[in-house]
Design a protein around this ligand. Sequence first.
Ligand code: GLN
Length: 197
Amino acid sequence: MTNRDGENVVCPLFAGILALQGDFEAHRKAIELAGGHAIEVRTLADLEQCAGLIIPGGESTTMLKLLDEEGLTEPLKRFSQHKPVYGSCAGAILLAREVTHPAQPSLGLMDITVERNAYGRQIDSRIARIPMTEGGDMEAVFIRAPIIRRLGPGSSVLAQYNGDPVWVEQGRNMVTTFHPELSGDPRVHRRFLDKLL
Ligand code: GLN
């Protein structure tokens, strides 16, 4: 792309953050910390500017309802046919093909089954160090997190906690059941930025 003076200009790729509900603000900061450009997505026009989308943590039932009300459910499914989507916690629940405890509809962008609020009421939130598949570990903040109970073919587990996968990639899409946007470690957001084309 060139400007009016004929000079080459690099057009930044925007990571969209779905900003209907939940902790989208923290994801925007995390994308910036990881060296990327973020825009908050509330409308179809916002979505169309993005090279990928993050669905943040929050309350998955509320987010589903708001997506429907804003007419974004079908556009988001079409978007994901070509562009990467990353879901964190409630976002992971929205991406899953199957949701249990209780069952609820979802976008079905990844062939995984997740159980909502799976750690139970007593120990529903915690900070843990989790081992990464490629070596080393990272801090993970879990808040009323789901557990991924089934992984479809073509899934790679990038990190686990207590033997359960907590960071999973499938094709261009990715989920974490924890909140990397709250720990100041940019590795998850950097991996997402690497997927933007
Ligand atoms: N428990 C929430 C849900 O089921 C997810 C919590 C979160 O995103 N931190 O939607």
